[in-house]
Ligand binder design. Sequence first.
Ligand code: IVH
Length: 695
Amino acid sequence: MLTMATKMRAAVVPAAAQKRAAALREAIETHDHNYYVLDAPTVSDAEYDALYRELQALENEYPALATPDSPTQRVGGAPLPEFATVRHAVPMLSIRTETDTTAAGALQFDARVRRDLGLAPNAPPLEYVAELKFDGLAISLRYEAGRLAVAATRGDGEVGEDVTHNIYTIRAIPRRLRTDKPPVVFEVRGEVYMSRKDFERLNARQLAAGQKSFINPRNTAAGAVRQLDPAMTAQRPLLFFAYGAGETRGWPLPKTHAEVLDTIEKFGLPVNRDRRVAQGAEALMAFYEDIQKRRSALPFEIDGVVYKVNSLALQRELGFVSREPRFAVVHKFPAEEMPTELVAIGVQVGRTGAITPVAKLKPVFVGGVTVTNATLHNEDEVRRKDVRIGDTVIVRRAGDVIPEVVRVLADKRPPRAKAFVMPTKCPECGSAIERLPDEAIARCTGGLVCPAQRKQSLLHFAGRRALDIEGLGDKLVDQLVDDGIVHTPADLYKLDHAQLVGLERMAEKSASNVLAAIEKSKQTTLARFIFALGIRHVGETTAKDLAAHFGSFDALMGADETALLDVHDVGPVLAKAIADFFAEAHNREVIKQLRAAGVHFAEGSPRRAASGAVLGMTFVLTGSLPSLTREEATALIEGNGGKVASSVSKKTDFVVAGDEAGSKLERAQALGVKIIDEAGLNALLSGSASTRESP
Ligand code: IVH
């Protein structure tokens, strides 16, 4: 109710201010809708903020303008002593969960519905709506004459808590329905949730402020909605998805659930796009599998999907069993996080000697597989998470990611839980384990003496993206190394049939296959060979860059650090690692043996000639030249001993500029690098121009 005084103040708000405030409100609501519902913002954050601040300023000047449904009121009002209760006009139900966490769960639901409807086995498929099962807090939004009047939690399904003021702070939820003819009553049911990104950001902020971090997006969202102080809720980045309607009055009920969702969306509320009208059980199974694959790429967490009979008439016919609708079901995905006991902490030695602490677990079914080992990443992580032997821990396996220990259930810690001590000696070779002062990773210093490192190097060498030796897996490599048959990759090429057949689980046929694969691997490419060597920091891309730059293996091996720095994307750390690798006598010996064994690669014509008119000079090409393509110009320069770089520096000798040359030309001018055109380049190449600056 407006008091007399407020009414009088309202009366003195100039018409222009009223009009401007209304326009700003409208604009802000439209931008909220574009952002949260259509997922297609049309203004920048800065533009949005400017509108918001202008409205705030107007409302400060004329408080009568600050109506409760103004977007500025989303910051939250005064705290409540406790929540009022709300009786739901239509109860908020929960749905039965299908226990089968394979796609077949959909078949069971469909079979039950068909049986409950008394359908003949050969009756046509039923129509369903498949949706995501959001993982947040269920909310009922009651719009009266188009205005958000009450927002309530589910509570016990009959009576919930009145969280209207908290819900007002959520920008994804409109205060008014976007329609000229709003129903008398329209209740939207849905889920308040938090995106993964917002959750991570929030936790980073908490951490920076020295505060406790939150456990997961769902608890955080639920906790935020159930705050007595709306100002606290306003600080949490909450979102919303609608999935159904509650009580409606003055609204012609459509025939299907899909139409209900479409209307809610038209009214301006967010309805998730990943919903599908599906004909029959097979379509539901396809939906389940599709969403399961995309689950980890979704911007928010879900724990399954929901199937609903599409026809509202059939929904009514099906009715309920013990307060659960027969027409809908939750079909969960296998859990990605599960608790289990950590029985020991071991360490694993990687190819470069990196020591990774690994949790040995009581077997647990998580993410669809049985997990017995989970990574603890490194020593600091073990300390940060305070993981101890004997603890009950939460293990996570999402998608194809290596299982990891997420956190400890501190209240389950037994009195004798033991802290992890990083070993000082490598468990595989007994060499010292060393951790450099500013590195997170401890390493075994044994190098190729260490069988673990040797095994990993061999597996890397034989890997699909390296020399691609099919059949040389970890079981075989373990035996070859442990029995002392293979020490280096070169030894692989000395293997014979009898040796292999003597090994466990090695039949005649598989021995022949492995030998054939080894033979085949002799013919490879320069880039693969470089990658296969396992030089520290040299991944596939760098290997390709090195191969393209040097053109031959001998040129690469002979390059010093300065020459290596000329390679695209090679910095000092990488240059040193490469130079160190080739300086090592042992490595040179292995390479010599590999090549003697017949490993060879088609060495593309070396890109740099050993002599030529522009020997040792660096060029940068920019713009389009009148007759030469970029590739032709590059080939000409390299064929004459020069080099083409991608960016201009003081080391650049010439910039060859054509039409529409851009920033490289400007940079050349700024640095005083010589600029020539195509004719100038031709003159240089033919040796008719002086490459020295005339005094
Ligand atoms: S429909 C009559 N659809 O899951 C059906 N619920 O037990 C009423 N949930 O807490 C619910 N996503 O909040 C429905 N797409 C979805 C849902 C969904 C999440 C929640 C709901 C409730 C529980 C169902």
